[in-house]
Design a protein around this ligand. Structure first.
Ligand SMILES: Cc1cc2nc3c(=O)[nH]c(=O)nc-3n(C[C@H](O)[C@H](O)[C@H](O)COP(=O)(O)OP(=O)(O)OC[C@H]3O[C@@H](n4cnc5c(N)ncnc54)[C@H](O)[C@@H]3O)c2cc1C
Length: 308
């Protein structure tokens, strides 16, 4: 499909930041589209949510559904299944958004593409993804009731994973490559109280073994000797990588690949904005992503108003 129409704005992504930007764009009467790989993003995988203002307690799937309903209320239907490969800056300063669904032309672009989990990069990891290897304990943890599982990682996300699994699984192994955890002390204290959790420090995962599904995990201990633990599930929580490679090559990023933005959610490329987890904002939360989506949209409107 070749879409020749030049939109005021293309919003890439379909989660908190994109929804907020989309609501404001619709209310401002912009000619725009929301294009996204899937709708809901990490919000939909967030499990219980108790910090979205105005709602005491909800869950990610419900909130993501409400986001879509809110867009529909303003007549906006996000285009799902659209994976953006690259955003190019045209000689006149406008943008060409190249995707698996053809090209989109736009005067401004807001990137809200979030992050994806960092992989271990060990043998068997790709082969057993979704066959015992998971990057989302909230999503997949309940599938391992009564089984033996491992969480790999040492930050808050790994600690939360192990805590959740300790209530579901029979035995939980925590494989931490560092000599101590980097997360919140309260989580560490709570984990240490669990009697079905075995923590191994200074341990680097070397391989994931299985037949049809995962059967074990191998790691090198602090002395360098290889150990093997029998597990049915492995939950990898070793950080996130921003989905920023599709940004124009001119886009400034920090050392982690996060898109640098200023307080107006402007990037260094005129007309290109970014919001939410894909940016170098230090705090990754739904309400922050939504606020940044709004900020990016209002900045894009200012830019459009000043175009010749
Ligand atoms: C397990 C877990 C629990 C969490 N719990 C909470 C919580 O309780 N409260 C809270 O405030 N925050 C929580 N968070 C953080 C919160 O989910 C994120 O801060 C928030 O989702 C960020 O929103 P976003 O709009 O920046 O991007 P995301 O939600 O990451 O969405 C990114 C969107 O971009 C799309 N996309 C990516 N690449 C492309 C591409 N190339 N082309 C097209 N589309 C693309 C994706 O399909 C997706 O729709 C949690 C996160 C996790 C992982």
């Amino acid at each position: 499909m070749e879409n020749k129409e030049v939109h005021d704005l293309i919003i890439i992504g379909g989660s908190a930041a994109a929804t907020a930007a989309g609501i404001y764009a619709a209310r401002r009467g912009l000619n725009f589209k929301i294009i996204t790989k899937d709708f809901g993003g990490e919000v939909a995988t967030s499990g219980e949510i108790g910090n979205w203002p105005g709602i005491n307690k909800t869950d990610g799937i419900t909130l993501a559904g409400q986001f879509k309903e809110h867009l529909r209320y303003y007549g906006v239907e996000p285009e799902e299944g659209v994976e953006v490969e690259k955003v190019l800056v045209e000689p006149d300063g406008s943008f060409l958004v190249k995707s698996n669904n053809g090209n989109y032309a736009a005067k401004t672009v807001i990137m809200t593409t979030g992050v994806h989990p960092r992989e271990l990069g060990v043998t068997g990891e790709k082969e057993f993804r979704n066959k015992g290897v998971s990057y989302c304990t909230v999503c997949d943890g309940p599938l391992f009731a009564g089984k033996n599982v491992a969480t790999v990682g040492g930050g808050n996300s790994a600690l939360e994973s192990a805590l959740m699994l300790s209530d579901i699984a029979s035995q939980v192994y925590v494989i931490n490559k560092n000599a101590q955890f980097k997360g919140d002390q309260i989580l560490i204290d709570n984990l240490n109280k669990k009697n079905n959790v075995k923590i191994t420090y200074d341990a680097s995962t070397t391989a994931i073994i299985g037949d049809q599904f995962v059967t074990s995990l191998k790691y090198n201990d602090s002395s360098g000797s290889e150990k093997e633990i029998k597990v049915d599930g492995i939950f990898v929580h070793i950080g996130m990588v921003p989905n920023s490679s599709l940004a124009p090559d001119e886009t400034a990023k920090d050392q982690f690949g996060q898109i640098k933005v200023n307080a107006n959610c402007e990037t260094n490329v005129p007309g290109l904005y970014a919001a939410g987890d894909v940016t170098d904002t230090p705090h990754k939360q739904i309400v922050i992503a939504a606020g940044m989506g709004t900020c990016a949209l209002l900045s894009a409107v200012n830019y459009l108003n000043r175009m010749k």
